[in-house]
Design a protein around this ligand. Structure first.
Ligand SMILES: [Mg+2]
Length: 510
């Protein structure tokens, strides 16, 4: 990317420096915004000796719509078969637009809502009906602060959990349309238990394994990205909660035979750990077990790690001891904001990169609608200016009123004329303010509904960052849309976070 020329004296004024600064990098490619790696906390990749990857939704990019529909259908069928829900509910359809990551389920009222970074409840649905502003205020703008740690709330923070939020809303909609009273808490717990069961007993993964091509989108640049990191002298590892019988076919599908130097996917990685049970991996002390390639246990007493072997379970402390790497020399790349990033960050000194698949679509959308974003910013500034002017003119009018009360008849006529002018100006400003609010609300609605008709952008809620966006900013050192984006960066890349600015610093030109 061409860099802006800093207005500094000395060597930076050298035309040769200028020429070099304006040369494109990335082998002449201008990397699109949607494929860049973004930095919350600066780090130098040269200091990273070990790079670890989660598998599901990190190395393996799933075709969201296909896998969500499968999980939705399997869970619904099982709810009907085992929990006594009406048989015709199996006709419900999955609406992949209706759920996004970062939503909250309120089991007390059967609602789903999105929050901003201040825990303020934004858009909210009961079943498929959007709550009106006064309904939302009555429920969520009381003195009681919303604490997501309460059992009343469930945070939809993984892509795996999107289908359960959709199921919850669809079942509420369908049953209430028939006048059936629902225990919202129980319905959520039934849905959660059933979806867990579909995952735990292997039935979902058995279906996936039957046709990996249907559910996984192989990334043609993944193998080269991993190879580039290895060529830069880094060791790689896989740390996944999936078990060996699923990890092996998925990883084979992703990487086997992609590059001549690597016949098997296992050649890319120095350590392979399956069934890691994150977040417990970062908090508890479960021992490692060594597995044979057929999945049977080879040893329960793991005293050293060897390249090419397969390990299961384990914990952070033993991992660092057995690999000889730890702290800031390890970068872990994952897609689960809690299990891969937050819990990891609290227990270890590892650096983290959050893979957020939705970012690609979201950035492309914002880029395509740059004019609307610009217009929204301008309207915000205009509203602020008009608001200040209205207050100023109100004060002027009050002061004229007071003067008129006490004025001698000779002055009264002049003051009255001034008062009329002030009143007219105030009316003009009020009309403009009202128009700016309407225009801003219309533009915002159009812009957000274009991204997602129900929830708007994943990372934003109104003017604020969404709670999800805020967590990404707080806990992930880096974030990006897919692992292969590292292909466009040097293994010695210094990722620099933008200069932090408090609101008082954000003045024009700073
Ligand atoms: Mg994952």
């Amino acid at each position: 990317m061409a860099l802006p020329r800093p207005p500094e004296p000395g060597v930076l004024r050298d035309p040769e420096v200028d020429r070099l600064l304006n040369q494109p990098d990335h082998q002449g490619l201008e990397l699109p915004h949607s494929r860049q790696v973004y930095t919350n906390r600066s780090m130098n990749l040269e200091d990273t000796h070990l790079v670890g990857f989660d598998m599901d939704y990190t190395l393996a990019v799933y075709s969201m719509r296909q896998i969500e529909e499968l999980a939705f259908r399997m869970t619904l069928e099982r709810l009907v078969a085992t929990k006594g829900y009406p048989a015709d509910l199996v006709c419900l359809r999955y609406d992949h637009e209706f759920v996004i990551r970062g939503l909250v389920v309120d089991k007390a009222f059967g609602n789903i809502f999105k929050m901003d970074r201040h825990n303020h409840v934004g858009r909210c649905y009961h079943g498929r009906r959007e709550l009106k502003l006064d309904e939302r205020r009555a429920l969520y703008q009381t003195n009681e602060k919303i604490r997501l740690s309460l059992p009343r709330f469930a945070w939809i923070d993984t892509l795996f959990s999107l289908p359960e939020a959709c199921l919850y809303a669809e079942i509420i909609e369908a049953l209430e349309a028939r006048g059936i009273d629902i225990d919202y808490h129980k319905l959520y717990d039934d849905t959660r238990d059933t979806i867990d069961e579909v995952h735990r007993d292997g039935s979902l993964k058995t279906e996936l394994k039957k046709d990996l091509g249907k559910y996984i989108e192989p990334d043609p640049e993944l193998a080269s990205a991993l190879h580039k990191l290895r060529s830069g002298g880094k060791r790689l590892f896989v740390l996944t909660n999936s078990l060996w019988d699923y990890t092996d076919p998925v990883m084979s599908y992703l990487l086997d035979g992609r590059l001549a130097e690597y016949a098997s996917w296992r050649n890319y990685f120095d350590y392979v750990i399956v069934g890691a049970q994150k977040p417990a991996f970062f908090a508890e002390h479960k021992p490692f077990t060594e597995l044979r390639p057929d999945g049977t246990v080879a040893s329960t007493n793991v005293e050293s790690f060897e390249r090419g072997r397969i390990y299961e379970g384990g914990n952070l402390f033993d991992f660092e001891r057995l690999t000889g790497y730890g702290g800031e020399n390890v970068l872990y790349v994952g897609d689960h904001i809690y299990g891969d990033i937050i819990r990891n960050r609290k227990a270890s000194q590892w650096r983290t990169c959050f893979v957020v698949q939705e970012l690609e679509k979201e950035i492309e959308y914002i880029d395509e609608h740059r004019d609307e974003v610009h217009k929204l910013n301008e309207l915000d500034a205009l509203r602020g200016r008009l608001d200040d002017l209205i207050n100023h003119h109100k004060l002027m009018l009050n002061s004229l009123d007071r003067k008129l009360d006490r004025a001698a008849p000779a002055l009264a006529q002049e003051l009255e004329a001034m008062r009329t002018r002030e009143k007219r100006d105030l009316e003009t400003l009020r009309r403009a303010f009202k128009a700016a609010i309407t225009e801003s609300a219309d533009t915002e609605r159009r812009f957000e509904r274009g991204a997602n008709a129900y929830w708007g952008l994943v990372f934003k809620e109104g003017n604020e960052n969404s709670r999800f966006g805020e967590q990404v900013q707080d806990y992930a050192d880096l974030y990006t849309s897919r692992v292969s984006n590292f292909l466009y960066y040097s293994p010695m890349q210094v990722f620099r976070s933008p200069r932090a600015a408090m609101p008082h610093e954000r003045i024009r030109g700073y």
